[in-house]
Design a protein around this ligand. Structure first.
Ligand SMILES: Nc1ncnc2c1ncn2[C@@H]1O[C@H](COP(=O)(O)OP(=O)(O)OP(=O)(O)O)[C@@H](O)[C@H]1O
Length: 489
């Protein structure tokens, strides 16, 4: 009371004592409830132990086996066993380094990083980054799931809390990278409510890759190795049965993807199995660097280029008619060369060409070749700087899409398709210092791949020119007047 007026007492702020549920059960039933609770805790403890053993198999199994060995056989056999184990590991690392790293060393690194980096900091980072939420006195915290270390990056799987979206994580990538001592963090959506965070510690594609030795060898047109992926495997492009679109801002390294393809095709070009036809609207700045590789090449975006495209489209139709009912896909046994049409700046032909008629004829011919060329053995490798809709309006006809460095996130969607950026393909974040690095998406393959093309230098191009100087010549059946063609010497 205050001067005759009632004042509400301050709310009670002490923590209420929390008794276990079985203590509240009345009478003797309490002892039965206590027994049930005890069994429950034992089961929970066993499950937790099994989870720890599953998450840290090396750290649990090796000491447990050592302890058992000591108890069963004594100290000397244990020392002998450990020395044999070390010797076996050394031999493994010496003779099969890749499998040793993958199945041995990286497992150990995974357990170490999980135990020393992610588990201890997870709760506080989630709270400080505002990724954990409180509701009705209960804390909802994103769950730390599987961790996998590849040496250069850690993949951390996370179960998001209800009502959380991957965009919330996208916004906090920088902070998360700093908190877990990584250079960068990428967010990939795996399935509803589950994302994977890629904490990158060093970029395995930071150093340029030199081209392999040029030698006569069988070329597999379904798996042409044009560089290396970030996992250390060869980056293989499918040419037979596929059409390739390469997009990147100026200086992104489109030339290196193009010349890596030509470099790897060189033995087949020399053997006459593959024929290259090129259009370079930049007046030969790109394709003119190694004209010996091409059976025919036009350095223009005018009538000659369009005539060449229409000629090829007619060839595609003619070959397709002949193959109909006989074969479903080009094979070497046909005796006809597999043809690769390289168009250096596709937009110059189908978007920037001022003559509307020429523009439309070029677009029609390219669409015919890309949509019907698969079976009769025609592949288009189109390079383009600008991924706007005029250019990639028919991007669905290109079954392999390569996004080199791009300016904006929307451009990544335009090139690789919707949803691919959410799965990690951040082509707009590729550094200017790593030309030739790209995100690649092949139709039918869910996950995009990050890779770097070989660096093909001027000296390499001279070597390529010398290698192909005596290449076999394949003439078109008919050549219209005025087409600027060039035959390999
Ligand atoms: N894979 C690579 N590795 C290392 N350096 C590369 C690679 N690709 C390209 N470069 C270097 O990057 C620079 C630009 O490359 P390139 O000319 O191929 O880019 P581009 O995308 O074709 O540019 P533009 O559209 O202007 O023709 C060159 O100096 C080249 O040496």
């Amino acid at each position: 009371m205050n001067g005759g007026k009632w004042v509400d007492p301050a709310p009670f702020e002490g923590a209420r004592p929390r008794l276990p549920w079985w203590a509240l059960v009345p009478g003797k039933a309490k002892w039965l409830a206590a027994l049930v609770a005890l069994v429950w805790f034992v089961v929970l403890g066993v499950v937790r132990l099994a989870l720890v053993a599953g998450r840290y198999p090396m750290a649990v199994l090796v000491p447990a086996s050592a302890a058992w060995c000591w108890w069963r056989f004594g100290l000397s056999p244990l020392v002998l066993a450990l020395l044999s184990l070390i010797a076996a590991l050394l031999l493994w690392a010496r003779y099969d380094r890749a499998s040793f790293l993958r199945h041995g060393w990286y497992r150990l690194v995974t357990e170490w990083r999980r135990a020393t980096v992610y588990v201890p900091r997870w709760r506080s980072v989630m709270r400080l980054a505002d990724l954990a939420k409180r509701h009705r006195g209960r804390e909802y915290r994103p769950g730390l799931r599987r961790v996998r270390s590849d040496g250069w990056r850690d993949r951390v799987r996370v179960r998001m809390i209800p009502a959380q979206s991957p965009e919330v994580w996208e916004l906090r990538r920088e902070g998360l990278a700093h908190s877990f001592h990584a250079q960068s963090c990428q967010v990939r959506v795996l399935r509803p409510q589950v994302i994977e965070l890629d904490f990158v510690h060093r970029d395995p594609l930071a150093r340029p890759l030199s081209v392999p030795v040029l030698a006569d060898a069988e070329v597999d047109l379904k798996r042409v190795a044009v560089g290396r992926t970030e996992t250390g495997k060869p980056w293989r492009l499918r040419l037979l049965g596929s059409q390739v679109l390469v997009v990147g801002v100026p200086g992104a390294g489109k030339g290196s993807v193009l010349w890596s393809i030509v470099w790897q095709l060189a033995p087949a070009i020399r053997a006459g199995v593959v024929r290259l036809v090129g259009i370079d609207p930049k007046g030969g700045m790109e394709l003119g660097q190694c004209p010996d590789a091409f059976d025919r090449v036009v350095y223009d975006n005018g009538p000659e280029a369009v005539a060449l495209l229409e000629e090829m489209a007619a060839e595609v139709k003619e070959r397709a008619t002949r193959y109909r009912g006989v074969r479903r896909l080009w094979a070497r046994s046909t005796g006809e060369p597999f043809t690769v049409l390289v168009v250096d700046e596709l937009a110059d032909l189908i978007a920037y060409q001022p003559d509307k008629q020429l523009r439309e004829r070029a677009a029609r011919a390219i669409q015919t070749i890309t949509s019907q060329g698969r079976a009769p053995g025609y592949a288009v490798v189109g390079l383009v700087q600008d991924p706007r809709k005029e250019v990639v309006g028919f991007r669905h006809l290109f079954t392999t899409r390569v996004a080199l460095r791009l300016d904006e996130p929307q451009q990544v969607d335009m090139v690789l398709g919707d949803g691919v950026r959410q799965r990690g393909a951040a082509a707009h974040e590729i550094s200017e210092n790593t030309p030739g690095v790209a995100w690649v998406k092949q139709d039918g393959q869910r996950e995009p791949e990050r890779a770097r093309a070989f660096h093909v230098t001027d000296a390499d191009l001279s070597e390529l020119g010398a290698f192909l100087a005596d290449a076999e010549v394949h003439d078109f059946p008919a050549r219209p007047n005025g087409t600027e063609g060039r035959e390999a010497a």
